[in-house]
Design a protein around this ligand. Sequence first.
Ligand code: M5T
Ligand code: MG
Length: 575
Amino acid sequence: MNFLKKYINKYWKLFCAGVSCLTIEALCDLMQPTIMSKIIDIGVKKRAIIYVERFGILMLLITAVGAIAAVSRNIIASTVSQKFGAELREDLFVKIQSFSFDNINNFEGATLVTRLTNDVTQVQNFANGLMRIFVKAPIVCIGSIIMAVHLNYHMAGVLGITIPMAGILIVLNMKIGFPLFMKVQRSLDKVNSVMREYLTGVRVVKAFNRFNYESERFEKANNELVSVSTTAMKVMSVFSPGISLFVNLGITAVLWIGGNWVSHGKMQVGQIIAFTNYMTQILFSLMMISNVFTMFVRAKASTERIGEVFALENTMKFNEVSNDTSEVFGRVDFENVSFSYEGKNGQAVIKNVSFTCLPGETIGIIGSTGSGKTSLVSLIPRFYDGTSGTIKVDGIDVKDISLKNLREKIAVVPQKNVLFTGTIAENIKWGKENASFEEVIQAAKISEAHDFISTFPEKYDTMLGQGGVNLSGGQKQRVSIARALIKNPEILILDDCTSAVDMVTEAKIRKSLKDYSKRLTSIIIGQRITSVMTADKIIVLDNGEIAGLGKHDELMKECSIYQDIFYSQIGKEGI
Ligand code: M5T
Ligand code: MG
């Protein structure tokens, strides 16, 4: 829970102001029954109208002060809790952004989303409640006990039995509640997860007519949420009536014993009324405390879940200061690099790979699906770190370059392209925020996107839906390439990103890329042999290992896997 310190340090003054208002409010509440008993026992009994008037006005004044305090603490509580919640969410978001892929993989499904939204709300609500009622409850409870004892200490024995019983119930409530609410949050994760998966895969679900299957999955997750929530609520709902029962038994005892004492002249009627009034206040505050604990256990469960995110150390160590004094631009070296997604002891997906890519060269990577092409290139911008060996960019170990500098040098067009909600121009500018419109057009021209964009009525201002849903596969790929190009990188990585573009257009893109920059180093992954054939060097990957490295002609002579790919795609007769 260390992460809360920051907010406590920041808001403790306002928090104390809120609690002070709450204390004033509680004290005002506490004075009322005693004043009332005085009015009854002295003013009414002795028919002293002036006494009644004077104390009546006092009561009004106290009520007014209480009301002002209540309004102030409401305003303070809302402001502080809203600000606190917003900052917590923001900090959590920033933390999640700093995570490596490995870190993100640590969290299943939509749990990060639930933690960012629902869990933060739980903690925020608790902070709000803390300043609105929760602190008041113990003050009223303890204050009422003191006032009641002060009023008639003989009667205090009744409290001595009632209150410990209620106390036990509250402790039980907490002990049983915590694991239950932890379960509720986990079920919520599941519901969110199914929903998110459905929304991202909605096209596939429709295509396969799997509505029933998805509905059942959702229903199952939803029912589980209902079931654990109801169990939690059921268990928790026993406690409030339990407390109420004990305190009401106490009130009955006060009335019964008090009635006897009044007839023997040992107690006054006003005192009994005041005493039962205090008992009622104790009852309300105890119920409140039990609610506080319910909210507390929920907030505690949520705080732990948020704490887990904050506590997670980034699995990759990054250099803040760049040791980047290189005069070379666009060189990539792999020296005996191996890599596994499961750490050092996991199964290697890249095995002992070495190659060099000189500035301005075009490197093609080809290999069957699952051979490790994507994994190989994801090591260059440090999406992951290799388990052994060294990767150098511009002659410097990537671990010695600050992440910002490293990623500035590199532009990646991922295999699964991702576009954002916004216009086409905005999506392309994503690669370079302050790019001019001319630069946007230039990048789009190189990636052969300009022509199709120009056919849209709103051209570059055409709005794209989430993930670019209103573009075809090949169009999306070309916009993604333009986005990478506008960055003006030293190294461009194209991961099978012309797979949905026809061969003629693909050849055009390759040609314009070559013309565009002689200094640009390109690493092109392709399933089609034509995508890589003209590269300066071609790497043939097989099961994470280099099975061949060289130019097309060399590989055609030496590498049987390359020959197989060539003949299977182009045929014996050649192109
Ligand atoms: C190589 C595994 C995958 C495969 C091997 C991306 C990714 C891959 N893998 C993981 O365990 N976790 C991951 O996040 O690694 O996969 P690849 O590098 O994606 O292969 P590819 O790019 O050559 O394949 P393709 O289909 O894109 O041509 O065993 O299970
Ligand atoms: Mg791939």
